[in-house]
Structures are given as C-alpha cells and as structure tokens.
Design a protein around this ligand. Structure first.
Ligand SMILES: NC(=O)c1ccc[n+]([C@@H]2O[C@H](COP(=O)([O-])OP(=O)(O)OC[C@H]3O[C@@H](n4cnc5c(N)ncnc54)[C@H](O)[C@@H]3O)[C@@H](O)[C@H]2O)c1
Ligand SMILES: [Zn+2]
Length: 329
C-alpha cells in the first residue's frame, strides 16, 4: 500500500456506525470517503458512472486503492469500479454484513445489475486483502443477519456436512449472534469459498457449485425488481426449490431435502414463494447468466455436503416444484 491514496466507498449509515473504527484501523493512512445510498438498486451502471466522476474529481490515479466498506452491494459495486477505473486499480474488501463476510467479499467476482438481469455486467477482480471484523455485525438489522445465514447454510450443503449439522444443533447460538458462533461461520465459510475459488477462479466448472440456490433465487430477485427480497432470502427459497427438485428427480433422499428446508425454517428464512407465477420464474431462469442455449443450470444436492451441476431439469418438474412451493399457476 505504501504511499497509495485510499478511497473508502461506503453507505452513510455504515460510515456513521463504523467509520471511526475503520479510520482507526487504517491509521496512519488517511482516506477520502465517498458515500453511496443503500440498496440493491444502487448496484447499477449509473451509480458506477457517478463514482468514476468522483474519483476523477478527487484525483484518484492508478496507484490509488479503493476500500469497499459495506455489504455485498458496496463490495460488488466498488469492486467493479476498481476493476474498471483506469483499467483496474486495487481494492481492499472490508465487509460489514454477514452475507459479505461469509460470501461476497471473497472470490473476486464483481458486478453491477442490468434492469433485466442480475450481475450481468461484471468481471473478476481479486481484492488485495479482505478484512472482516465480526464486531461490525452487531449493528446489523435482524433481517439482514438472517439473509447472510442463507449463504452459510449453502456452504454446509455444498461442502461441509459437519457445519450443517452444527447449525441444526446450535441454531439458537447462530440466531442469537453469539460471538463464537458468528466467528465459526465466517471462518469456515471463507475457507470453503476460498478453496473452491482457488481450484476454479473463472468458473469453468467447480465454482458453479457456489450457485446452489441461486438459479431460482436470482429469478425471484429480478422478478421483484430487487426490492422485495433480500439476496439471501432469494437464495433460501432457491435452495428449497433445488432440494425439492433433487429429491423429485431421485438424486437425493427426501429426508435430506427436508433437513435443508427445516434448517432454513428454524433460522427464520423464507421457504415459500408468494404470488409470483411459476411461468415467469421459469422464463427468468433462462435469462440467468448460468443458462446456456436457454437451458438453466441447476446445482442439486445429492446429500448434505455434496452437490452436482446439471442442465437436465425438465420444465414440467420445475413447474410442479414451484407450484408446490406456492408459486401462481
Ligand atoms: N460477488 C459475490 O461473489 C457475491 C456473492 C453473494 C452476494 N453478492 C451480492 O451481495 C449483495 C447483497 O449483499 P448484502 O446482503 O450484504 O446487502 P447490502 O450490501 O445491501 O447490505 C444490507 C443492508 O445492511 C446495511 N449495513 C451494512 N453493514 C451494516 C452494519 N454493519 N450495520 C448495520 N447496517 C449495515 C446496508 O446499508 C444495507 O442497507 C447482492 O447484490 C448480491 O448479488 C455477491
Ligand atoms: Zn449469493
């Protein structure tokens, strides 16, 4: 870092709550702060354009470093700006939501949304460092905290049956944000995600397993204009859909799929689809960037701790599962 200038990109609320703590941590380096309003809808090209303007105005150059201080929205947006400003400058991720600490800050995927599809404008840009301070999570709204838990459940299902079983057993400590439980989830999640990404950084294969729950999840998020569902909530519903698909198609025991649904339920995450018509969800899954030749790709559990990737999900079965979860006919 040396003499590089630092530009912190954050939300006003996060700056108010934790800005002083960040400043202290960065000392003796000083940083400029650029504020962005909260909300998924800020993760767009327009906002990125405004940030390039701010950086130019304040004299950011190729040796400057962006500090992405916030949740996944800030991490993705500020990371995308860092990846593209002057053909790429450094970024340090300092995640302040559970979702960002257990997932989005690690792995180097950065993006903004298009009105028609999520995360479709983006690139890979590994952070110089990721600094997660679990203390910042104490001020998180309950709904945001729960949304982050969905990605931890995801890590259990794709790679770590012991993590999943511990969450089932100690769900009260998990929901109660006990410091030890939170630290365990953050550390284990970062290990799992980093291990997958290290083997397949550009998602030519294995990395796709991290998208468990995201095919239907992203479809629901974009159909509700990123306004109604938190990302983690969409993922929770998507994991239920994928688990039910897996047991319907015979790839997974019904009891395993019920455990996944049961844990999500206990953690206070949504497991049902309300209002959205099944046909619209099916159409939206074809827009997903994971789809190829109009066939959506699904990550289906075989058992807790193991998943497989497939494009062989018959639309009729998908429709039945979605309707069974409450989607409109
Ligand atoms: N790049 C990746 O690999 C990846 C992975 C998963 C998710 N994502 C993206 O992450 C985004 C979701 O991130 P998120 O769930 O963190 O949402 P978010 O960034 O919108 O943060 C949620 C809310 O919490 C507030 N907040 C942040 N830190 C706080 C704190 N410490 N105390 C109190 N309030 C705080 C924010 O102001 C915001 O209102 C989505 O856009 C999703 O696509 C990216
Ligand atoms: Zn996710």
């Amino acid at each position: 870092v040396g003499s590089a200038r630092l530009f912190v990109i954050t939300h006003p609320s996060v700056d108010r709550l934790h800005g002083a703590r960040l400043c202290e941590g960065l000392r003796p380096l000083a940083a400029d702060t650029i504020l962005v309003p909260s909300g998924e809808r800020q993760k767009c090209l327009r906002r990125a354009g405004a940030l390039y303007g701010e950086l130019l105005e304040r004299g950011a150059d190729r040796s400057s470093i962006i500090v992405a201080f916030g949740g996944g929205v800030i991490g993705d947006l500020a990371g995308f700006v860092a990846a593209t400003y002057m053909r790429g400058i450094g970024v340090v991720q300092v995640p302040t939501t559970l979702l960002a600490q257990v997932d989005s800050a690690v792995g180097g995927k950065v993006a903004v949304n298009h009105p028609r599809a999520k995360n479709v404008i983006g690139c890979f840009h590994q952070p110089r460092a990721v600094l997660a301070d679990c203390q910042t999570l104490t001020t998180l709204a309950p709904r945001e905290y729960r949304a982050g838990l969905a990605e931890v459940v995801k890590h259990g299902v794709i790679a770590d049956a012991a993590l999943f079983a511990w969450m089932e057993q100690d769900w009260r400590a998990v929901v109660g944000r006990e410091a030890k439980a939170v630290a365990r989830m953050v550390v284990r999640s970062c290990e799992i995600k980093a291990a997958v990404v290290a083997r397949d950084e550009r998602e030519s294969g294995l990395r796709a397993v991290l998208n468990f729950g995201h095919t239907v999840g992203h479809a629901l998020e974009s159909l509700t204009s990123y306004r109604t569902l938190r990302h983690g909530e969409g993922v929770a519903i998507g994991m239920v859909a994928a688990s039910r698909l897996a047991s319907r198609l015979g790839g997974c025991e019904l009891s395993e799929s019920q455990r996944i649904e049961g844990l999500l339920d206990r953690l206070g995450l949504p497991t049902r689809i309300s209002d959205t018509p099944a046909e619209e969800i099916i159409a939206a899954t074809r827009f997903d960037k994971k789809a190829s030749a109009g066939r959506p790709r699904f990550i289906l559990p075989r058992a807790i701790g193991h998943v497989e990737v497939t494009s062989e999900v018959p639309t009729t079965v998908l429709r039945e599962v979605l309707v069974g979860m409450g989607a409109g006919t």
